[in-house]
Write a protein that binds this ligand. Sequence first.
Ligand SMILES: [Zn+2]
Length: 320
Amino acid sequence: MARKFELADLGGGAHRVTMPLPWALDHTHCYALEAPEGWTIIDTGLGTPGTVRRWTEALELLGNPSIHRLVITHYHPDHIGCGGLLADLVEPNEIVQGRLDAALSKNAWVDMDIEGVYDHMFGNGMSAEMAREAADDEGGSPVTIPEPTHLVDEGDIVRVGDEDFRVLHLPGHADGHIALHSETSGRMFGGDVILATISPNVGRWEDTDFDPLGRYFETLERLAELAPTIVHGGHRQPVEDVAGRAREIRTMHDERLLIAHGALQNGAVSAMDVASVIWPNGHGMHERRFALVEALAHLERLVADGRATVSDDGFRFAAA
Ligand SMILES: [Zn+2]
């Protein structure tokens, strides 16, 4: 029996709709914001018939509001996955997505390059067999993407009722990740830019630009400066001490950078080698893939700040 969704009233006209996930991380939070012109839904869950059924039930409990707008924070399957199906269900007047994120999303889910995934995983040190499994797994993600009707950029305003939310481009977890920040209430709907108790995966995937961790460090600094009063994110509890949480996450990455550097000094060469030093205990395929791309993000940060070098093909690292 599939888990049900959970509804929580956050006050200020915001409702959290939590959808189950069949992964180690077992849920995604989506949000529904009340407004006279019709509600705004932020993020959608995975693209499965079960998620659509849960949305139907959740909206019924919320009084079947008309939906004005769908907003996608980023193109990962647990956020955008149900976008196409949900758009069919609620027929919003507009679908808002970051400009870069929309392009990445098309690349990943429409013009999917399974061999590119394989080459990336194999090149970075996975066995051929494991890389094949990872690529097939990626190809099987339940995702239906919506067609965005309003592409947004940093600084744009999304107005919900009488509250203006500023669009922030906060890369790191995903290159095109956006968040919505209200300067009047101080609240932010942040997707996975900062999370309580777990650190957002910062992965260098085959479609990610070089050094995502460098961009993520800038995002953390920006978040600390903006100091939203609360960040409602994609997973776990909301974050209230944003500067404090940003510092904790930064410290953890700095420690991992030291471990990665030490691993190179001890003869590690590939992202896979380094992943097995940072995370020595075996994981399932999903987790191992995330470990590899996160280790690669750390290695590229070391290259960017002069502590390591990398071969021309981008796959072999050495301590500088
Ligand atoms: Zn997520």
